[in-house]
Design a binder for this molecule. Structure first.
Ligand code: F6R
Length: 300
C-alpha cells in the first residue's frame, strides 16, 4: 500500500523522485526513527549509496521490526551486511562514486523494478536519449550553453531556487543540494504556491540582509495556470524590491522527462558554479568530518 524510502542526502533524493513517479504512495524519510504508519503493508526501502549512513541504518533496522516487505539499494557497507544477515533482498550498485553522482544507478535500478509491479506508469524508453541530448547541450564543448549562462548569472549570488509543488519542487531541492555540495556555497529552495504564504514576506528585508540573493524559477509548461500567474506577479515584486531572478525551463513532454531534464541542468549549473568559485566539485569534506566525529561521539 505504501513505500517508505529511508535515505539521506544524495541517496535520499531518490525517495522524492520516486514519490513523483510511482503510482503508489511513497514517503521519503530522513531521520533516525520511522513514522507510526509503517506496518506490514508497507514496503521499506533503504537507500544509502555508501551503506554506512547512520540515520538510514537506524530507520531501516527499526522498519524491519514492523514489516517483512523490505529491500535496499546500496554499493555495500553496513546496509549490505545487514541485508545479508537478515535475508533482505538488495540491489547492489557499483562502488567508487560520490553518492550524489550515483543518482542514475539509484533511481534506474528501482524504476524498472517498480514498473514490473505495475507501479511505474512512465515510459522509460525515451529517457536515456533525452539525457544524452541534455548532456550534449550542457557539456563544456558546447560553449555559451544554458547551464554556463545560468552559472554566470548566479556567480557570487545566493540562489533561492523555486519550483511548483510536484516535479519542479523536487528538482529545486536537487538544485539546492547540488549547489551546496558541488559549488560549496549557500543555496536555498522553496515551493510554489506555498512560498507565496510566507517566504515573500521575508523579501521586505532581503535588500538589507540578503542583497546577493537571486531567485531561480524552475518552470514547466505544465505548471498550473495559477502558478504561472503567481510567477509573473512574483517577478514584478522582485523587480520592485531590486532583487534579481533568472528562469530555467524544463525539456521534454512528460513528467519524468521534465523532472530529469531539470535535474540534469541543475547538476551542470552546480559544476560550472564550482569552477567559477574555484573549488573542486567532488569532495565533501565537511560531511565526511561530521560523520567521522559522530562515529567517535559518546552520547552517554
Ligand atoms: C555525497 C552526498 C551526500 C550523501 C549523504 C548520505 O556525495 O551526496 O549527501 O549522499 O551524506 O550518504 P549515503 O548516500 O552514502 O547514504
Amino acid at each position: 500500500r505504501r513505500v517508505l524510502c529511508a535515505g539521506m542526502g544524495g541517496s535520499g533524493i531518490t525517495g522524492d523522485m520516486l514519490a513523483r513517479l510511482l503510482s503508489v504512495e511513497v514517503v521519503p524519510h530522513r531521520g533516525y526513527t520511522i513514522p507510526s504508519t509503517v506496518d506490514a503493508e508497507t514496503l521499506l526501502l533503504g537507500i544509502s549509496y555508501s551503506g554506512g549512513t547512520e540515520e538510514t541504518l537506524s530507520a531501516f533496522r527499526q522498519g524491519l521490526e514492523r514489516t517483512e516487505r523490505a529491500m535496499a539499494v546500496t554499493s555495500g557497507g553496513a546496509l549490505a551486511q545487514l541485508c545479508r544477515e537478515r535475508g533482505v533482498p538488495m540491489i547492489e550498485i557499483p562502488k567508487g562514486l560520490q553518492p550524489r553522482a550515483a543518482l542514475g544507478y539509484l533511481l534506474f535500478s528501482l524504476l524498472p523494478w517498480f514498473g514490473r509491479l505495475g507501479l511505474c506508469p512512465h515510459d522509460l524508453a525515451s529517457v536515456p536519449g533525452l539525457m544524452e541530448e541534455m548532456v550534449r547541450r550542457y557539456t563544456p564543448y558546447s560553449r555559451g550553453n544554458a547551464a554556463q549562462s545560468l552559472a554566470k548569472a548566479l556567480h557570487r549570488r545566493v540562489p533561492l531556487v523555486y519550483g511548483a509543488h510536484g516535479a519542479m519542487a523536487t528538482a529545486a531541492l536537487r538544485w539546492k543540494t547540488q549547489i551546496n555540495e558541488n559549488a560549496k556555497q549557500p543555496a536555498f529552495w522553496a515551493e510554489l504556491p506555498e512560498l507565496c504564504h510566507n517566504e515573500i514576506v521575508g523579501y521586505e528585508l532581503s535588500e538589507v540582509l540578503l542583497p546577493s540573493a537571486c531567485v531561480v524559477f524552475l518552470r514547466s509548461p505544465q505548471d498550473h495556470p495559477r502558478i504561472q500567474a503567481r510567477v509573473d506577479i512574483l517577478k514584478e515584486v522582485l523587480k520592485r524590491r531590486g532583487l534579481s531572478y533568472v528562469e530555467a525551463w524544463a525539456h521534454g513532454g512528460t513528467e519524468i522527462e521534465e523532472l530529469l531534464s531539470m535535474v540534469c541542468l541543475g547538476d551542470w549549473v552546480s559544476v560550472y558554479m564550482a569552477l567559477m568559485n574555484r573549488v573542486d566539485p567532488t569532495p565533501v569534506r565537511p560531511i565526511e568530518e561530521l560523520k567521522k566525529r559522530l562515529g567517535s561521539w559518546n552520547n552517554t
